[in-house]
Design a protein around this ligand. Structure first.
Ligand code: NDP
Length: 284
């Protein structure tokens, strides 16, 4: 059959985990497609996006710095992606480009895999009964905040170095969801709740800096608190080390990376993703 293509649009793309996640999955299902790295300077973005309409092209992943800027270049944007204002997956359907955000549902699937929440009949994950503390207010935090709010979470606290960004994100969430959202810039004002989830969506920990949450603040949380660090490279961060020292359940961002990839795979191929093959490929 004809050779198919799919790839990653961004700049830089060289260190991405996506090829090692997607290629074994395509191969396992016998789909004759190659997952390519499409490093794209800003002045070539428009041409790159329109080239996705070519025959044999399934679509693309989108990464830094284009998750927001691709939206106006697409024919159809999924409502969740439009709400978040970020697209990480593009699907070519009969020469129409459809944009999706699989980071947000990928986070919820990851949390569910770690034993949180419940799977609903419609395939959505419910976090009813939980409260969450979200560290950060950047791009990754925005997707996480919409994911958490859409999951029926009882209360969301956004803690960010710059209070203004936390306030802006809180206001944005409140436009679409009724769950109470608080914004803070000082972790000392955190009031721990039962059944809490702490999610790090800051970049603190990428380069072995101190933790995004002081150890004495983390120590005030209940023993059933779950700590999720969206960072997956490195797989061990100071936040995760602190959590484990305090015997809190904790996980790194590899599970979210896996599930956003599996959801993208399903959108491109219309077939269930071979999740365990992808997981094994990622762990290798
Ligand atoms: P942004 O640059 O958009 O946001 C960075 C965030 O980190 C801001 O909230 C910023 O606070 C905060 N921050 C940065 N430096 C410091 C510091 N020294 N002290 C305190 N806060 C700081 O980045 P992204 O949102 O795109 O990415 C954040 C992280 O999410 C990355 O580490 C990335 O690896 C991870 N990620 C993981 C994914 C996964 O699949 N697991 C998917 C996507 C992202 P301020 O607003 O005050 O500047």
């Amino acid at each position: 059959g004809p050779q198919l293509r799919v790839g990653l649009i961004g700049d830089p793309v060289a260190h991405s985990f996506s090829p090692r996640l997607q290629q074994p999955a395509l191969d396992a299902l016998g789909i004759p497609a190659t997952y390519e790295l499409w490093r794209t300077p800003a002045e070539q973005l428009l041409v790159r996006i329109r080239a996705l309409c070519q025959q044999g092209c399934l679509g693309a992943n989108v990464t830094i710095p284009y998750k927001e800027s691709v939206l106006p270049l697409l024919d159809v944007v999924d409502p969740l992606a439009a709400q978040i204002g970020a697209v990480n997956t593009i699907v070519n359907r009969d020469d129409y480009l459809h944009g999706y955000n699989t980071d947000a549902p990928g986070l919820l699937r990851a949390l569910h895999e770690h034993g949180l929440g419940s799977l609903q009949a419609d395939g959505m994950i419910s976090l009813k009964g939980y409260t969450a503390v979200l560290l950060g207010a950047g791009g990754a935090a925005r997707g996480a905040a919409f994911a958490l709010a859409s999951s029926g979470i009882e209360c969301l606290v956004i803690l960010n170095r710059s209070l203004e960004r936390a306030q802006l994100l809180a206001a944005l969430i409140q436009k679409s969801y009724e769950c109470p959202v608080f914004s803070l810039s000082d972790s000392n004002f955190l009031i721990p709740h039962s059944s809490s989830i702490i999610i790090n969506a800051t970049s603190v920990g990428l380069h072995e800096e101190a933790s995004p949450l002081p150890a004495d603040v983390l120590a005030r949380f209940n023993a059933d608190t779950f700590v999720y660090d969206m960072i997956y490279n490195p797989i061990q961060t100071n936040l995760l080390l602190q959590a484990r020292t305090m015997e809190l359940r904790a996980a790194n961002g590899l599970s979210m990376l896996l599930h956003q990839g599996a959801l993208a795979f399903e959108l491109w191929t219309n077939q269930p993703a071979p999740l365990e093959i992808m997981r094994a490929a990622l762990m290798r």
